[in-house]
Ligand binder design. Structure first.
Ligand code: SF4
Length: 353
């Protein structure tokens, strides 16, 4: 890549950032590697405005890596409830424990060690080094991929090795050789504020004069689309057992897998099973039940069609549900300090209202 093109690209990006870039985001104030890391993990697959309140609550409860490492996993998942992609929270917690135990609570400051930690990929490691340690480092998150794919007309879906390799090469060529947190932030901001997915504001873009996709009017071809696959559809029934006090029965899911470690309603696949499950598994007698509207929750690899059924129960004397660490009656009117999947939170609110 000609040196003069790189210089012009960097200069244009940096002067745009001076005037329009974001400099007051919560993780940009009192910045340190820990805050950068948490924000970067939250920002994966999630918009800035959604992340801000989650980040603030998280920092209030876990202001540093040691407090996060010491936290109960339920508490960490509770702070993540609603953000989705819960493996991020589990990795974050696991990573905090490793940093506390193996690195005396200090973030490693080299790319290889950072990338060996759970949940930290090459771009996140680059962002921690650039924004947290003020080192020269390259990033290539979803926003930056979009800007570079359009500007340099890089064909193909960035999920393929060939396209990704080309994008990393361009990202490396165009990142300043000396530390430049402003450039890193500017590239993220340009992707999320100007070169947006569906309606890029090319008239305000600082690199419009260099942008091949803009000049050729082929913006909608870049980045290349992910090949479409038809997601399978699965069905489940959420059993919302209520006792005489209107408390709701929740169970904690296994630590790994779907909604790992989160609290959820008991489930079954077929309405004909409900009586047996209530009596034999939970020692509950069904007084009445109401079927609520079904809805769809989509995961990355399948759709889940959920039918919630509110079931009023009595204990079958002399037995009743045995509460334990993975099974509890909860009062929906009280603040629930458990990690809950988004549809579970919504249903608890609906049932309680
Ligand atoms: Fe994106 Fe338009 Fe700028 Fe090209 S000119 S980088 S398409 S905003």
């Amino acid at each position: 890549m000609a040196k003069s093109s790189c210089n012009t690209f960097q200069k244009n990006i940096l002067s745009w950032f001076d005037e329009h870039g974001r400099k007051q985001l919560p993780w940009q104030l009192d910045t340190n590697p820990y805050r950068v890391w948490v924000s970067e993990i939250m920002l994966q697959q999630t918009q800035v405005n959604t992340v801000i309140p989650y980040f603030q609550r998280f920092m209030q409860s876990f202001p540093d890596v040691v407090s996060l490492a010491d936290a109960a996993s339920d508490d960490v998942l509770h702070h993540w409830s609603g953000l989705g992609y819960y493996a991020r929270a589990r990795n974050l917690h696991q990573c905090a424990k490793i940093i506390t135990q193996q690195y005396q609570g200090k973030f490693p400051n080299d790319i290889d060690t950072l990338m060996s930690l759970p949940g930290i990929g090459r771009s996140t490691a680059g962002a921690i080094l650039s924004l947290g340690f003020h080192q020269a480092a390259v990033i290539l998150d979803g926003n930056v991929k979009r800007v570079l794919a359009r500007c340099f007309a890089v064909p193909g879906w960035p999920g393929t090795t060939t396209t990704l390799k080309k994008l990393w090469q361009i990202a490396e060529d165009f990142t300043p050789d000396t530390a430049s947190p402003a450039y890193t932030q500017a590239m993220m901001d340009l992707g999320s504020m100007v070169c947006t997915r569906s309606k890029p504001n090319c008239q305000q873009c600082p690199v419009q004069s260099m942008c091949i996709a803009y000049q050729q009017q082929t913006i909608d071809q870049f980045p290349g689309k992910k090949p479409k696959k038809v997601l399978p559809v699965k069905q489940t029934i959420f059993l919302i057992f209520q006792n005489e006090q209107q408390h709701i029965l929740l169970e904690q899911r296994p630590a790994t897998g779907l909604w790992g470690g989160l609290w959820c309603f008991p489930q079954c696949e077929n309405e004909t099973m409900i009586d047996d499950i209530a009596q034999q598994h939970y020692q509950l007698k069904i007084k009445s039940s109401t079927v609520l509207d079904s809805f769809r929750h989509t995961f990355s690899h399948y759709h889940l069609d959920i039918t919630p059924i509110v079931i009023n129960t009595d204990p079958c004397h002399p037995y009743s549900v045995h509460e334990n660490q993975q099974r509890q009656w909860i009062n929906p009117d009280k603040l629930i300090k458990l990690g809950l999947a988004k549809p579970v939170t919504a249903l608890i609110q609906k049932v309680a209202s």
